[in-house]
Write a protein that binds this ligand. Structure first.
Ligand code: ARG
Length: 432
């Protein structure tokens, strides 16, 4: 609960057309009781943040702010009893997925319906404090329409970096393997061979993808795939990564088994999603290449407790029983090795809006609360290649700012219940 937020729309009604044409038409001042400086790993007391045109234009003490020229309307937001931090980000979500429809239940969901789910889930995700997400795979490019609708102000939601179709081998984790041959269902991102995968990358870019996702091993939730088995040869992975990088996009690989992970790192991927069974050699290679690991160490608990009712296949539950525990152990090894770790949760497998639940797992398995917060802010911003735009509360960056009424450095679970959300200078959530 936030008790102290008061909004005072103050000052001049005299904003003339001439004045309005200056950049300073609207100024927002946030008074922060505590401010988490994720770049330096410190907490600052009594800070003021000034926002204009959706961007942070000043951060400092009260005295600094008094000197600041605040022409035009001034909105004052009192977060003096709260901890303020940059908007969170999640490097692995599926906004258009329904966590209650797995396995054969998913076959009943049309592409238009998944887009509608996306509208509801985008809102839930934003309200949970996640102002930026990478959507790693959606049927029918629904994530791209979702991104456009949000950017155009039609619906509320986080900034989306969409992957469009996840690229995968015939019959692999990114294909659709539930129906018999005569019904020949094939996922939109299926491609085989180096030129086949290059063409798929190009197709994704044509329809608006901003990141490329491919499946480099089998998965938990797909029928008939082995988590340990590599999917795509080195040649295919290399061609895919080269093509994406040529076009200026980062590449995220879904990979659980060690061979797929090693090969994908060698092929130059930017992040390994899941990384559940990563070997010591894989950890070394990731460290050497600066590859991020995006390990979704919360979702196992949802799959094992709610999965069966949601339609998760028995064979998938059996795989999860092996993968979930091992992944947490490997996460701890990766933390101790000083690997770059992203904050990625695979939301959509579990209900969107619960993304913040993963923080407590990351702390339980070896991170400090500050490290977990850094992963979800400045770390992800670096992985996404937009560190100059988001990831910290710094002059020149987008005003993506959240607040909680407790101290997440003492109790990381505060981030499961975010009280204040601002994205690009617009307030989406306050408690009064
Ligand atoms: N989408 C992933 C897959 O099907 C989910 C894996 C979840 N399990 C885990 N322990 N992270 O493979």
């Amino acid at each position: 609960m936030m008790k102290t937020l008061s909004k005072t729309l103050a000052l001049s009604v005299l904003v003339s057309c001439a004045q309005a044409s200056f950049a300073h038409a609207q100024t927002t001042v946030i008074q922060a009781g505590a401010l988490i400086d994720v770049e330096n790993g410190t907490v600052l007391k009594n800070r003021y943040i000034i926002i204009q045109d959706g961007k942070i234009v000043a951060v400092g003490s009260k005295a600094d702010m008094e000197a600041f020229d605040k022409t035009g309307d001034v909105e004052y937001i009192d977060l003096s009893n709260m901890t303020v931090l940059p908007g969170l980000s999640d490097s692995h979500v599926h906004l258009t997925a329904d966590a209650h429809a797995h396995g054969y239940k998913r076959l009943r969901i049309s592409t238009p319906r998944s887009a509608i789910n996306g509208v509801a889930n985008a809102r839930k995700t934003l309200m949970a404090g996640f102002t930026t997400v990478r959507n790693l795979g959606a049927a029918g490019f629904t994530d791209i329409d979702l991104m456009n609708a949000i950017d155009e102000g039609v619906i509320p939601g986080p900034r989306i970096i969409p992957a469009g179709h996840s690229i995968g081998i015939t019959g692999g984790h990114c294909d659709s393997n539930l129906l018999p041959y005569e019904d020949h269902e094939k996922a939109g991102g299926v491609a085989d061979g180096p030129w086949g995968v290059r063409a798929k990358v190009r197709e994704n870019v044509k329809y608006g993808a901003k990141v490329i996702k491919f499946c480099g091993t089998g998965g938990v939730l797909s029928k008939g795939t082995k988590i340990g088995a590599q999917q795509f040869s080195y040649e295919e992975m290399k061609a895919l990564v080269d093509e994406a990088h040529l076009l200026g996009l980062k590449v995220a690989v879904h990979a659980h088994g060690e061979d797929g992970i090693d090969t994908a790192i060698r092929a130059g991927v930017d992040s390994v999603e899941h990384a559940s069974l990563i070997s010591d050699a894989g950890i070394k290679a990731a460290k050497k290449n600066g590859t991020y690991l995006s390990m979704d160490i919360y979702v196992s608990d949802y799959i094992l407790s709610e999965g069966e009712a949601a339609g998760v296949l028995e064979e998938s539950l059996a795989k999860e029983r092996i993968v979930g525990k091992r992944q947490r152990e490997r996460f701890q090894v990766a933390v101790n090795a000083g690997i770059k770790l992203a904050f990625g949760t695979d939301s959509g497998v579990y209900p969107q809006g619960d993304n913040g639940k993963q923080f407590a797992y990351m702390v339980k398995w070896g991170m400090t609360p500050m490290q977990a917060i850094q992963a979800a802010t400045i770390g992800n911003a670096d992985l996404f290649g937009i560190k100059s735009e988001i990831g910290s509360i710094r002059v020149g960056k987008s005003a993506d700012i959240i607040a909680v009424d407790g101290d997440p450095i003492k109790d990381i679970r505060e981030l499961e219940d975010v009280d204040f959300v601002m994205k690009s200078g617009v307030v989406y959530k306050t408690d009064n």
